[in-house]
Design a protein around this ligand. Structure first.
Ligand code: RP5
Length: 161
């Protein structure tokens, strides 16, 4: 997108993209400028430090962070920025994302991470929630978001067969 990104979507590995692309897809549908980066808390700690400490100054307003396994990326990002951080637990092979969920959701008091569901649903909802946060100060986006919700409602069949 040409516009300055308002939302940063970060993930611990390229293997997380299959999940996290759903957050990006939602933001694209809603016309919200965003960026996507691989930022690993343990493999690229300096990249994480640089990303989180520069995020607000670069104009980002919300960070969506997805990771799997020992998923410390969202919490570590949140520790280094005052921006809202939404965490998406990526489904892991060994523990089906329960490890990711517990790692992300159990932040000690003082550094919040808004934790979504495991996997695709969490990524979709992270995108929607990030857009809702921005929409508090953006009437046009609020209207696009409401239209998206209306279209979703209209798309629900009454006949199950
Ligand atoms: C985490 O380890 C990533 O977020 C990913 O979900 C998981 C596995 O990473 P890869 O081994 O697929 O790169 O850091």
């Amino acid at each position: 997108m040409a516009d300055t990104p308002l939302i940063g979507i970060i993930m611990g590995s390229t293997s997380d993209w299959e999940t996290m692309r759903h957050a990006a897809d939602i933001l694209t549908q809603l016309g919200v400028a965003h960026e996507t980066k691989v930022v690993s808390a343990h493999r690229t700690p300096k990249r994480l430090y640089d990303y989180a400490t520069s995020a607000a100054g670069r104009g980002l307003q919300v960070i969506i962070a997805g990771a799997g396994g020992a998923a410390h990326l969202p919490g570590m990002a949140a520790s280094m920025t005052h921006l809202p951080v939404l965490g998406v637990p990526v489904e892991s092979a060994a523990l089906k994302g329960m490890d990711s969920l517990y790692s992300i959701v159990q932040m000690p008091g003082g550094i919040p991470v808004g934790t979504l569901a495991i996997g695709k649903a969490g990524a979709i909802n992270a995108g929607l929630l990030a857009a809702s946060i921005l929409a508090l100060g953006d009437l046009a986006l609020s209207e696009r978001l409401q239209a998206w919700r209306t279209a979703q409602t209209d798309g629900v069949a009454t006949d199950p067969a």
